[in-house]
Design a protein around this ligand. Structure first.
Ligand SMILES: [Zn+2]
Length: 82
């Protein structure tokens, strides 16, 4: 956590990707030892998001996943009945 960033609740749950340093892009090769061309240029570590979840963030996501899926289903059916 850099000292010049404002305190944020989200900072406890996600952190800037160490591989691409938050840019979400990574040029070069997917894996050095197999030399697969990395054509998408997305960072392979964070899938281009630029951040990764902390352990706390992953735990929280796992905890809330059923509730979030239920919420999405309700929202979709609500939109579908309009
Ligand atoms: Zn990354």
């Amino acid at each position: 956590m850099q000292p010049n960033q404002p305190p944020s609740l989200l900072a406890d749950f996600k952190e800037s990707c160490k591989v691409c340093e938050g840019s979400g892009r990574k040029l070069g090769y997917l894996e050095i030892d197999t030399l697969q061309p990395h054509l998408s240029q997305k960072c392979f570590h964070c899938q281009g998001r630029g951040y990764t979840l902390t352990q706390l963030g992953e735990d929280l996501l796992e905890l809330y996943r059923p509730a979030i899926q239920q919420w999405i289903r309700e929202e979709l059916s609500r939109l579908g009945t309009r």
